[in-house]
Write a protein that binds this ligand. Structure first.
Ligand SMILES: Nc1ncnc2c1ncn2[C@@H]1O[C@H](COP(=O)(O)OP(=O)(O)OP(=O)(O)O)[C@@H](O)[C@H]1O
Length: 447
């Protein structure tokens, strides 16, 4: 009993000092308040402890103290809510200023046995620019929201992504896409390895961590599918292998009355912690369609899409009660003729390219604020319809190879990226620099 009383008194002192510091509100301050609120023993616990009290006078004083603590806690709670609302607004304004669709470029490091002649074909010039060296006299500079150098760590990549995770917890739909030629590191960025975990495991970890730190209750659900040869395939249920295996239910894309996209029959499993979500992710990754190609021993032959849906019913200010974050490892964007693929590999390449081109058209139309957005042209854009528009946050990570023989593909990837990016920075010409080398007249690639 004495211990409980003591802790109430010291709590009262802590709260007093926190109220005194409320003009210096910082995130640490807000976290301290949240911690106190969470760790506060319930009044019932306290009353039970006091049942055998011998000192009535002491009890009166304590009852007064408790009601005072409750009053002060309510004031602190209000303060934290206001802070959170301000934080949400600032974050949203910050991301709006940066653009709702942001494009990063990641240059893969050289791997075993890859060498250059005296000229490096792909050179990061600063944190925003990539210079392509075609010959000594012919160069071309591309600019992005961020360039991730070959030596950039998975940590650095994730630090660019982290702000949108807060947006997801605030109720915005978020879409993170990895684009690029086969073998340029899309899967490395999204999935990573055991030693260098990628965007997907880090995002899941951050979602659970940040949800636990705030004062609300979130329910997360995990789904995973792939789009293979234009068909949706649930990666959380085994596919039929033999003729008498039951066929998995067909996935179909529907629109709900609020314009949200619903995928009928897609398995969605409620996940309560990081390990649970990761075990499902591992399971789904094993069922992905991969094959060995000329460019990559374990090439992804489909678009792999991970969806985390989140519901939060006790937050007063939230964009949507239920929203989602899509993380998409897109199929390799190689020109099929160059890969000398034939048969099934050729069809896979063709399907991937058609849907990537539809994705480019949709993002370009969104950036231009066109009245018609051609979502219906591919399954990929139909699935992402409610996560790519104005009210969502989109990050496109374009991957390029450092190799000379891949320069043509690199130009295609960078031009694709530029097309997505060029529109929303249209007004600020100085930010939108596409320059050619001083000695060259290599054509400008603005569409
Ligand atoms: N930043 C990096 N650091 C170290 N290794 C990398 C990096 N990026 C890619 N790699 C390595 O390069 C190889 C190809 O990468 P990855 O499979 O991720 O390419 P991909 O773009 O997903 O290819 P595909 O489209 O064919 O699936 C892998 O062995 C991967 O580990």
């Amino acid at each position: 009993m004495k211990d409980t009383k003591k802790s109430f008194r010291s709590l009262s002192q802590t709260i007093h000092s926190l109220l005194g510091f409320k003009n210096e509100t910082t995130s640490t301050w807000a976290n301290t308040v949240c911690d106190i609120i969470k760790s506060l023993p319930s009044t019932a616990d306290y009353e039970n402890d006091c049942d055998d009290s011998v000192n009535d006078h002491d009890d009166d004083v304590d009852a007064f103290l408790i009601s005072k603590i409750h009053g002060e806690l309510a004031a602190l709670n209000e303060e934290v809510s206001q802070l959170n609302a301000q934080r949400r607004q600032v974050l949203n304004e910050f991301l709006n200023l940066k653009g709702n669709i942001r494009v990063f470029c990641r240059i893969r490091p050289t791997i075993d046995g890859e060498k250059f002649r005296h000229l490096r074909p792909v050179v990061p010039v600063d944190s925003n620019g990539v210079l392509l060296n075609f010959t000594e006299n012919k160069t071309k500079l591309y600019n992005f929201d961020k360039v991730l150098h070959p030596a950039s760590s998975q940590d650095e990549v994730f630090s660019e992504i982290e702000p949108v995770i807060k947006s997801a917890l605030d109720g915005y739909n978020v879409c993170i896409l990895a684009y690029g030629q086969t073998g340029t590191g899309k899967t490395f960025t999204m999935e990573g390895t055991a030693d260098f975990p990628g965007v997907v495991p880090r995002t899941i970890e951050a979602l659970f961590k940040q949800a636990a730190e705030c004062n609300h209750t979130y329910i997360f659900s995990f789904s995973m599918l792939e789009i293979y040869l234009g068909h949706l395939k649930d990666l959380l249920i085994p596919q039929a292998r033999k003729t008498n295996d039951p066929m998995p239910p067909c996935l179909s894309i529907q629109t709900d009355p609020n314009g949200g996209i619903v995928i009928d029959n897609l398995v969605s499993i409620q996940v309560s912690n990081f390990n649970h979500a990761i075990s499902l992710y591992r399971l789904g990754s094993q069922l992905r369609s991969t094959a060995s190609t000329n460019s990559n021993k374990a090439s992804s032959r489909s678009h792999c899409m991970i969806r985390i849906s989140m519901t939060c019913s006790d937050a007063t200010v939230r964009r949507k009660i239920t929203n989602k974050i899509w993380m998409v490892d897109l199929g390799g964007s190689e020109r099929v003729l160059k890969t000398k693929a034939w048969g099934r590999r050729f069809e896979e390449g063709k399907a991937i390219n058609l849907s990537l081109s539809a994705l480019g058209d949709v993002i370009n139309a969104l950036q231009r604020k066109n009245s018609h957005i051609p979502y219906r042209n591919s399954k990929l854009t139909q699935v992402l319809k409610d996560s790519l528009g104005e009210d969502s946050k989109t990050l496109m990570l374009v991957h390029v190879s450092p190799k000379e023989e891949d320069l043509c593909e690199t130009v295609c990837s960078l031009n694709f990226a530029l097309r997505l990016r060029s529109i929303h920075l249209g007004k600020t010409e100085s930010n939108h620099r596409i320059e050619t080398g001083s000695k060259s007249n290599e054509g400008r690639s603005n569409d």
